[in-house]
Design a protein around this ligand. Structure first.
Ligand SMILES: Nc1ncnc2c1ncn2[C@@H]1O[C@H](COP(=O)(O)OP(=O)(O)OP(=O)(O)O)[C@@H](O)[C@H]1O
Ligand SMILES: [Mg+2]
Length: 107
């Protein structure tokens, strides 16, 4: 899931003169991993997580990365969301529950 987010960020910043990808971690009620880039931004937020939605050329992407990633995050009780940054570029946020000792023991 993380590799797909990074791969996508690398692809989106391919033609940018000063490409930048930020990886942020924070923990409060949930654990949050943010992957932020300064690429071309997301053109179709509606279909982003749909299987086989891709803007990449044949051979460069099939459009399964985000569909699979969001499935994995949902299975873990979290959620994967996306939006465009204020200054352009895309922001992906993975929110995961923080398990307490009791829940860990139950697993
Ligand atoms: N960081 C990003 N910036 C802009 N657009 C993005 C970004 N990440 C994903 N997208 C858009 O979402 C589409 C779907 O992404 P997804 O990872 O599901 O598939 P893919 O990268 O096209 O192919 P695959 O991951 O299967 O190799 C991409 O083709 C692209 O249009
Ligand atoms: Mg991908």
């Amino acid at each position: 899931m993380i590799i797909n987010l990074l791969r996508n960020a690398l692809d989106a910043t391919k033609d940018v003169s000063s490409p930048q990808i930020d990886i942020l971690l924070s923990a409060g009620d949930t654990a949050i991993l943010t992957v932020r880039d300064n690429g071309h931004g997301i053109t179709d937020l509606e279909n982003l997580f749909e299987p086989f939605y891709t803007t990449k050329k044949p051979g460069e992407g099939v459009g399964l990365g985000l569909a699979i990633s969001s499935g994995i995050v949902t299975d873990l009780g979290g959620r994967l969301t996306a939006h465009n940054g204020e200054g352009g570029g895309a922001v992906f946020e993975v929110q995961l529950p923080i398990l307490g000792r009791e829940q860990e023991a139950a697993e």
